[in-house]
Design a protein around this ligand. Structure first.
Ligand SMILES: Nc1nc2c(c(=O)[nH]1)N[C@@H](CN(C=O)c1ccc(C(=O)N[C@@H](CCC(=O)O)C(=O)O)cc1)CN2
Length: 288
């Protein structure tokens, strides 16, 4: 059996069209959603992601401002920019691209963003709301994974979902969002001693490890749905996921290739979070 390989162009393209339609309707009501993206330093991969976010905003009709700050930017300079953006009525979403240079404390920066403009859902207020199921944003990558599962018709309720990774950006919120969809959730990480034993029981396996091709056929239950969150650049310059695609494709029932699915869907959820922040600011969507 060969897996259904998800076509990111089709799936993500269709969802971006839906979001653009909602943006158009909001603009017709007199509100143009606005996003500010801040990047500090020269990390090449981060610059690619920020460029893609800016282009996606333009295509969706969302006003977008990109602030490129030098590597030597101080924390107080960055905090001053965030204060200015917090006060800017044309900006509904603020995102500071991670990672930041070492002289800047990422936690202080995240906490300086007004929670209602935190489209990454990194602010402790939004993380808390997510945890207890109140309305608000959800972090882009895990929310994107849920969207992918729903759009390809995977029934999540009652399934055993195994998440490999426990980062604040992906692994931990992924578990919360899967619980919200009534999955039985197990989280594995670098200290899990019997990884293969656990992953091979998963109906839905989500790899967010950050190491290329570590998930092999032996880790995957026949017929499982495999979602690969990893984006790893190999020495050859090519991108690879955390899953060894060629080894797993004949065992899984559904699989996401890397690149092309989870990354672009992450950016699509950023558009959705910005749209929803603008709707909330206009009183057109429930606040907590
Ligand atoms: N403030 C944030 N910083 C970071 C986040 C985040 O959600 N918010 N997540 C990651 C990076 N990330 C989002 O910013 C991200 C990673 C990858 C992609 C993507 O489209 N990947 C493409 C490949 C792109 C390439 O050619 O390199 C794919 O997988 O097809 C989008 C966003 C860390 N920082």
């Amino acid at each position: 059996m060969s897996a259904h390989v998800i076509n990111g162009k089709e799936l993500v393209g269709a969802y971006r069209t839906e979001i653009k339609d909602q943006v158009d309707r909001l603009i017709a009501q007199g509100v143009k959603p606005g996003l500010a993206v801040v990047i500090v330093g020269e990390d090449p991969a981060s610059h690619v992601y920020v460029r893609n976010k800016n282009r996606a905003c333009e295509e969706a009709g969302i006003h977008s401002e990109v602030y490129k700050l030098p590597e030597a930017t101080s924390e107080s300079e960055l905090l001053a920019l965030i204060a200015k953006l917090n006060a800017d009525k044309a900006i509904h979403g603020i995102l500071v691209q991670s990672p930041l240079p070492k002289q800047i404390n990422e936690e202080r920066v995240v906490e300086a963003i007004a929670p209602e403009k935190d489209v990454d859902c990194f602010h402790p207020v939004n993380v808390g709301n997510l945890m207890i199921g109140k309305p608000g944003p959800a972090p882009c990558t895990p929310a994107g994974v849920i969207e992918i599962l729903k759009k390809v018709g995977v029934d999540i309720a009652g399934k055993h979902a195994v998440v490999i990774g426990r980062s604040n950006i992906v692994g931990k919120p992924m578990g919360i969002l899967l619980l919200r969809e009534h999955a039985t959730v197990t989280t594995c990480h670098s200290r899990t001693s019997n990884l293969e034993e656990i992953t091979s029981q998963a109906d839905i396996l989500i790899a967010a490890i950050g190491k290329p091709k570590v998930i092999k056929r032996r880790h995957v239950k026949p017929g499982a749905v495999v979602i690969d969150v990893g984006v790893n650049r190999l020495d050859t310059g090519k991108l690879s996921g955390d899953v060894d695609f060629d080894d797993v494709v004949d065992t899984a029932s559904v699989i996401t290739p890397v690149p092309g699915v989870v990354g672009p869907m992450t950016i699509t959820i950023l558009l959705r979070n910005t749209l929803e922040a603008a709707q909330r600011s206009a009183g057109l969507r429930a606040v907590h």
